[in-house]
Design a binder for this molecule. Sequence first.
Ligand SMILES: [Zn+2]
Length: 215
Amino acid sequence: MKNRGVITLAFDDGYQAVYDEVLPLLAFYNIHAVFAVPLTPKDNVIAGEPIAHANKWLAAAQKYGHEIAAHSIHHADLTALSQSELKHELEDPSAELSTKTIVYPGGAHNDHVITSAKNFYTAGRTVLHGLETLPPKDVMRLHTINFTKKNFSVLRANIHALRAFVQNKWLIETYHFVSKKSSPLKHSTLLADLDAHLDFITSLPISIKTIQEAL
Ligand SMILES: [Zn+2]
C-alpha cells in the first residue's frame, strides 16, 4: 500500500515522567517526536508535576533525533504580555534551544503574537482542533488533536490515524502528562495506552515525522 498522510506526536511541557517513560518507548518504535519545553518554568513544575530541564531535553533530542519546540520561558500566556515581555519569551527559547518551531503555551495566541513569533519561528502549533492539510494552510497556526483523559482512548486515537491515512492529511497528536500510573490530571494518558497506539500506527503505511520534518 502507498504511504499516505503524516502523523506527528507532540508532548507538551517536558514532564520528568515523560522523559523517564516515553523516551524509551519512542526509542523502541524508532519514532521521532516533538517536545515542547519551557526554558525555566516557575519552580520547575507545571500542573503540580516536575519538569525535566530543557538541557536534558536538548541532549535527548540530539541522541534520538527528536525535535524540541519552544514553549516560552515561563510557560507564559503570550497574549497577556507587554511587547518587551513577549519578545523576551519568544526570543530566548529560539536561541537557547535553536529551534524554529513554537508551541504556544496553553494554545494562547492572537494576530499580534503570531506576527511577533514569525520573527523567530517558521512553524507554530496551537490547540485548535482538527487534522491539518498537507501542506498546511497556515503554518503558524497548526491544528492538533489535543488528547485529554476524556477524549483519549486507544481506539479513538487509532481512528484519527486512519482518517489521516485515508484523507492523506497531517495528524498532529498532542499529549501532556504520560505515565505508567493513572494520574488525576485532565491532560494525562496512560503509558500502556500510548504504547498500544504506537504499535498500531507503526503498522500503518503512514509517515511519522516531527513538525519540521513534515514541512
Ligand atoms: Zn504547556
